[in-house]
Design a protein around this ligand. Sequence first.
Ligand code: PRP
Length: 235
Amino acid sequence: MFCIMHKTFGVERRDIMRYITIALAKGRLVQSAMEVFEHIGITCEELKDKSSRKLIFVNDELKLKFFLAKANDVPTYVEYGAADIGIVGKDTILEEGRKLYEVVDMGFGKCRMCVAGPASAASLLQHGELIRVATKYPNIAKDYFYNKKHQTVEIIKLNGSVELAPIVGLAEVIVDIVETGSTLRENGLEVLEEICPISARMVVNEVSMKMEYARINTMINALKEHLHGTKQKNS
Ligand code: PRP
């Protein structure tokens, strides 16, 4: 059978290869993800067309498909194998608790998962008071308060603009991501405790990792090599 060799991803029989599907968390991570991918020779021209309403973007030459999904759904697509690979924040990975391999810290989307609130709420945390915690991340908040701090709290799930909660009296504190800190500052709130650092990660479906080991592992190694070089340059 006629086949074309491809030098970058160890692809030897491109004509009979299946497409590898990559799910990207919609929003601010997409551009950074594609910039990092571009450095290791993975591009997708179709994805650059911002006016497009298409859901699936294809690079036929590399036999890759990309799709944009709501961040919370990316681990679901990957666990079920509808996507072989996902690029998504560590916050979402922790919150969703799906079965998948987390293989590369992509080095962008850096922020911190924090407990925040008005300065006056600090003592409520120190004395283990029964407080209300508003958050988009109920599982992360539960794990932190119940398993790490051993503090009984009431968790209230919200879907956004969580900073409102302590201001209008819905909760004493919030658990949320803090990037620049300006949303907290502009609303008279501050970081009270840090839970963990967050950044975008590459995740892989467990079966795909075995079935497409050569291609996926080549991709992982290329990413790690590139990111390691970038880190050294910046240090
Ligand atoms: C996120 C997060 C904080 C804000 C933190 O919200 O939930 O509100 O960004 O960023 P900063 O520290 O740089 O101010 P997002 O913009 O995703 O909107 P949402 O609150 O509606 O989810």
